[in-house]
Design a protein. Structure first.
Length: 346
């Protein structure tokens, strides 16, 4: 039986609402970014995020239904991000989704935000299928995941300190680029001289797949303090930092592909929007006879489509929430079960 699933994402500073149809794919996909509300504070303010989700969510659900040409009664289930994320922001999405589903007499399911990111590249026509190696790089997570099957996730490497996206955001602040930082650092780095600064490639001189990005911040600060002012200084620093992050990922991924024998790499999460990272990992995989898959840019950062898609896979496998109502601001991905095992937020 075909299912049409409404997906709701409210874990941080984007309200995302989409409808996934098992036969036709994404029917409608709306995204509202709160960037303007948080910019003056230099980062996400949780209370403002929650309130903005409250304001936007119901009208956005109405709008995706109109765009998809559906009535609410045509929906077969509602999926929402149950974690990880900001507790208040998650509660807005969870409360709405559970109430909406209850009113319609259809199942609801809390899904894992990072599983959404992880599977977003599979929304593309001809997208990869497990098994594959995944690099998940967002504002809160930097994970190398061995994906044996849907829901079978083994973390084989991770950042021991800052997530890569967090490092981009912090470096953006140091370079007075404001929030959100990643795209601004990327744009500035493109103008920088790659030969001027050689930043370290942290933890690449020892075996293993773990990573560290907080030391790079210190290098950025020290370089800023130590260098004579010059017109291109900030661009050159952004380039040195960006090249170091990208190279570090390439070194660790080469190791992980060799170690696991996998031939497919999936890269997802906000930092996967970075074009320098995409180019480097495409080149690396081509050299190793492997293939790299990325989400389209709209699905790299937070969005409702990835939540509708994961919700579809799990609801179609018979999972749904039980009566307890909860969100999980911290939620290890490795506790998810295979599709249909039902070990979700319930
Ligand atoms: O996945 P995401 O939208 O939200 C989280 O789940 O965290 O990721 C946001 C992160 C931010 O740290 C942002 O600076 C980073 O992804 N990011 C980028 C780029 N676009 C977003 N980092 C580097 N280059 C980019 N183009
Ligand atoms: Zn995210």
């Amino acid at each position: 039986m075909n299912l049409r699933i409404l997906g709701i994402e409210t874990s941080c500073d984007e309200t995302g609402v989409a409808i996934y149809d098992g036969e036709r794919g994404i029917l409608a996909d709306h995204l509202y970014s709160q960037v303007d509300a948080h910019r003056q504070y230099g980062g996400v303010v949780p209370e403002i995020a929650s309130r903005d989700h409250v304001r936007k969510l119901a009208p956005m659900v109405a709008a995706v239904l109109v765009e998809a040409g559906l009535a609410a009664s045509d929906l077969d289930g509602v999926a929402y991000t149950a974690g990880p994320g900001l507790a208040g922001a998650l509660l807005v999405g969870a409360g709405f989704a559970r109430g909406f589903a209850w009113g319609l007499g259809i199942p609801a399911l809390g899904v894992h935000h990072m599983e959404g990111h992880l599977l977003a590249p599979l929304l593309e026509p001809g997208g990869p299928q497990p098994p594959f190696l995944a690099l998940l790089v967002s504002g809160g997570h930097t994970l190398l995941v061995s994906v044996a099957a849907y829901g079978r996730y083994e973390i084989i490497g991770e950042s021991v300190d800052d997530a890569a996206g967090e490092a981009f955001d912090k470096v953006a602040k140091m370079l007075n680029l404001g929030y959100p930082g990643g795209p601004a650092v990327e744009a500035l780095a493109r103008e920088g001289d790659p030969a001027r600064f050689q930043f370290p490639r942290p933890m690449t001189d020892r075996p293993g797949l773990d990573m560290s990005f907080s030391g790079l911040k210190t290098h950025v600060v020290n370089t800023l303090r130590g260098a004579a002012p010059a017109p291109n200084l900030n661009a050159d620093i952004a380039r040195g930092f960006s090249d170091a992050v990208v190279d570090t990922f390439a070194i660790k991924i080469r190791r992980a592909l060799k170690q696991t024998g996998m031939k497919t790499l999936v890269v997802a999460g906000g930092v996967s929007a970075n074009q320098a990272l995409r180019a480097k990992l495409n080149e690396l995989c081509a050299g190793l006879g492997a293939t790299a898959a990325f989400p389209r840019l709209r699905y790299a950062t937070d969005n409702g489509a990835m939540i509708a898609f994961v919700g579809y896979l799990r609801l179609a496998a018979g999972e749904h929430d039980g009566s307890p109502f909860k969100v999980l601001p911290r939620w290890p991905m490795t506790t998810l079960g295979a599709l249909g095992e039902g070990k979700a937020a319930g």
